[in-house]
Each structure stands twice: as structure tokens, then as C-alpha cells.
Design a protein around this ligand. Structure first.
Ligand code: PLP
Length: 384
């Protein structure tokens, strides 16, 4: 079957799924439990931790978008990451990017301290370092591209092929780009992870995660663990995620167009020391992003000249843009990763990844780009 467009998948997901009244939009099935006709015959829906119709609708839509056999909807991005890591055999080696999301770093290190996995954080753009890590026969390769917050791009197809040859599963955190802009399974990955808290829901009003799995047997294992460990998303969060998902392609188009404009504008400002955005021709990841992504996305990071005092003055002056952790929502957010999103990473690991207090991360929302630029301009004037 030919692949349906993202717009069609999200607009039609769950339509016609109400068996009782034929409502257009799917109802919210909040019941914790379901009636059995016969104790010997488990019904399709029996207990909501295990299986729930609202979760199933979102998982089916996301699985179609990512080209997966199916998916598991979890109660946060972190529980989706944990679920992926629970697929690693005892003591298996996890190779993750040295500049991954701080919460992912914290989780992998926490599991290593309990001796459930072993961990290596490597610069995945460095061929020699990556090859050395693959020589150690890892069980799982974790990809996050573009990385958060430095927007570094790694070659997904090349890295996933190498991992497969080494016997490892590849999991890609696709939160920053969404399936509108990158489809890691088509590039050879085994599992895609999302924080649905971010752009997939897009309204900054819930927590959720998802694991989309290519292999049906591995999918079964993920469902088993989600049920066993109680990681499943609530029916309400799943219902609301589907509502947010309806407008995903429209939001990503608009947010990305604004991010392009802001990144280009920032790169010409004398008060700005650096801009990291794979949509800029000057960016190290530009060529690779143009090849493996369908667009550069809505995230960028930058540095203001003048050190800590200038950065503080810049942030204090912003009126429209909010200083807050999170990304992908309707509202433009700025954060200082070193003390906010990446505080789970110790200072040495931050330094190795290139994260310091002068780095600012911007998640571009749905406001008019001219108003966002005016806000940033006000900040830069205060920092000068
Ligand atoms: N992955 C990425 C790239 C993130 O940015 C985040 C959160 O910021 C997560 C995973 C974790 O998701 P959640 O906050 O929903 O647990």
C-alpha cells in the first residue's frame, strides 16, 4: 500500500471508531476495567493498564506515521526511554550520544549504577570513537539527531547499519523532528522513541511518550514491559494527544518556517557569537540534514556575546518568549540547558558535550515571527 501523507493520517485517525453512537471524534474511554463474558476468554479490552482504546488509536496513528508494526503509549517521554532500555539484555552495553537529552543521560547512568546496563557516551559524529564503541558489541545504540540542545546531525542510515552488523538494536529519539521531518525506521532503525509531551501533542498540557517498533516480536516485548512495569499512558492523556496530533503538520510547517527566519536573522547579528541550526548553509549538519530530513525543524540554539552578564541581561529583557523547559509547543520557549534541561548531566559531561551556561536553546512556537524577532532584538540590545 502506498504511504498515506501525515496530514491524512492525523486528520482521519480514530474517525468512525465509536461503536456505540457513531460520533465523529473518538470518545474518551476512562474505565479502568472491562467486562468479561467468560473467565476463560480474555476480551480484547480487559484492564486499562494493559490495553485501552484511546491509547490504541494514538499508537496506530503514530505507528503508521513512523512506518512501524505498532506502538506503545507511555505516561512520559522518560517512561518510553525506560521501556526501550528494558529491552536490553542484563548487563548489555548501551551506546548513547555524549550530547543527548539530559534526562536520557541521567536515566542510562542510573540504570548503569544499578548494573542493569553498561553505558558508553560517545561523540557519534566521530567515526573512530563510534567504531571503537561498536567493536565492544553493544546491545543497543541510542540515536538522537539533531541532538538536544546543540542540533548536531548524525548519519542515521550509516550508524544504524553499523549497529546492526555489530548485533545491536538501534533506537532513535525522534522528538525534535517528529515523523513530519524524519522517519528513522525507513533509515534502518529498529525503534523510534518520542516524548509526546512535545510537538506531537503540541499544546504543553500533558506528559506522554511513545515507542514505535518495527518488529512485531519486539513490539510484544515492549507491550509486556509497559504492562508489567505500569508505564502506560492514561486514557485522558491519549485522547488529548490525538486532539493535538490533528494539527501536527500545520504546526510543524509554521514553526519551522519561523525558525528558519529567526536563525537567518540571528546569524547576521553582531551580538550573536554562534547559531546552531541545520537549516543554515553554514551549519556543520546542513548537507546531512538536507539528505536525511524533510526539513530542519523548529529548534535552534545560539550564544550571545559578552558572557554570563550579557546572557542574563538578554533573558531579563524578553517579554513574549518564556524562559521554560520543554519544546515543540505552541508557545516559543527559551532555556539555558546547562541549568535547566541538562542539569541531570554532571559538569564534566556537559563540558564534553559542548554545553555551558552561555548556550541558549530556542523552541520556536506559533507566534508571528516578526514579533519573536522584535522580542529577541530587544534582548540583544539590553545585552550589548
Ligand atoms: N527526549 C527529548 C529529546 C526531550 O527533549 C525530552 C524532554 O525534554 C524527553 C525525551 C523526555 O520527555 P518527557 O519530558 O516527556 O519525559
Amino acid at each position: 500500500m502506498t504511504r498515506r501523507s501525515v496530514a491524512t493520517v492525523v486528520a482521519s485517525a480514530g474517525v468512525g471508531s465509536d461503536p456505540a453512537y457513531g460520533s465523529l471524534t473518538p470518545p474518551l474511554w476512562t474505565s479502568d476495567t472491562y467486562e468479561w463474558g467468560d473467565p476463560e476468554e480474555k476480551p480484547r479490552y480487559d484492564y486499562s493498564r494493559t490495553v485501552n482504546p484511546n491509547r490504541d488509536l494514538v499508537a496506530a496513528a503514530l505507528a503508521e506515521l513512523e512506518g512501524a508494526a505498532g506502538g506503545v503509549l507511555t505516561n512520559s517521554g522518560q517512561s518510553a526511554a525506560l521501556l526501550a532500555l528494558l529491552l536490553v539484555p542484563p548487563g548489555g552495553l548501551v551506546v548513547a550520544p555524549h550530547d543527548c537529552y539530559g534526562g536520557t543521560y541521567r536515566l542510562i547512568v542510573g540504570l548503569e549504577e544499578k548494573r542493569l546496563v553498561r553505558a558508553r557516551f560517545v561523540d557519534q559524529a566521530d567515526d573512530a570513537a563510534f567504531e571503537r564503541a561498536m567493536d565492544e558489541k553493544p546491545a543497543l545504540l541510542w540515536l538522537e539527531t539533531p541532538s538536544n540542545p546543540l542540533l548536531r546531525v548524525v548519519d542515521v542510515a550509516r550508524r544504524a547499519a553499523h549497529a546492526k552488523a555489530a548485533g545491536a538494536l538501534t533506537v532513535a529519539d525522534n522528538t525534535l523532528l517528529t515523523p513530519c521531518r524524519q522517519r528513522p525506521l525507513a533509515l534502518g532503525c529498529d525503534v523510534v522513541m518520542h516524548s509526546t509531551t512535545k510537538a506531537l501533542n503540541g499544546h504543553s498540557d500533558l506528559f506522554g511518550g511513545a515507542l514505535l517498533v518495527a518488529d512485531p516480536e519486539l513490539l510484544e516485548k515492549a507491550h509486556w514491559w509497559a504492562n508489567a512495569a505500569g508505564l502506560s499512558a492514561s486514557a485522558h492523556d491519549a485522547w488529548q494527544t490525538l486532539r493535538g496530533l490533528r494539527t501536527l503538520p500545520l504546526r510543524v510547517d509554521r514553526q519551522e518556517a519561523s525558525a528558519r527566519e529567526i536563525a537567518a536573522w540571528l546569524s547576521e547579528r553582531p551580538q550573536v557569537a554562534a547559531v546552531h541550526y541545520p537549516g543554515l548553509e553554514s551549519d556543520a549538519g546542513y548537507q546531512l540534514a538536507a539528505r536525511q530530513q524533510d526539513g530542519p525543524g523548529f529548534m535552534l540554539s545560539f550564544r550571545v556575546k559578552g558572557g554570563g552578564a550579557a546572557t542574563k541581561a538578554f533573558l531579563n529583557e524578553l517579554q513574549l518568549i518564556t524562559l521554560a523547559s520543554s519544546l515543540g509547543g505552541f508557545s516559543t520557549l527559551i532555556c539555558v540547558p546547562s541549568t535547566m534541561t541538562h542539569r541531570g548531566m554532571p559538569p564534566e559531561a556537559q563540558a564534553e558535550a559542548g554545553i555551558d551556561p552561555g548556550l541558549l536553546r530556542l523552541s520556536v512556537g506559533l507566534e508571528a515571527p516578526a514579533d519573536l524577532i522584535a522580542d529577541i532584538e530587544r534582548g540583544l540590545a539590553a545585552a550589548a
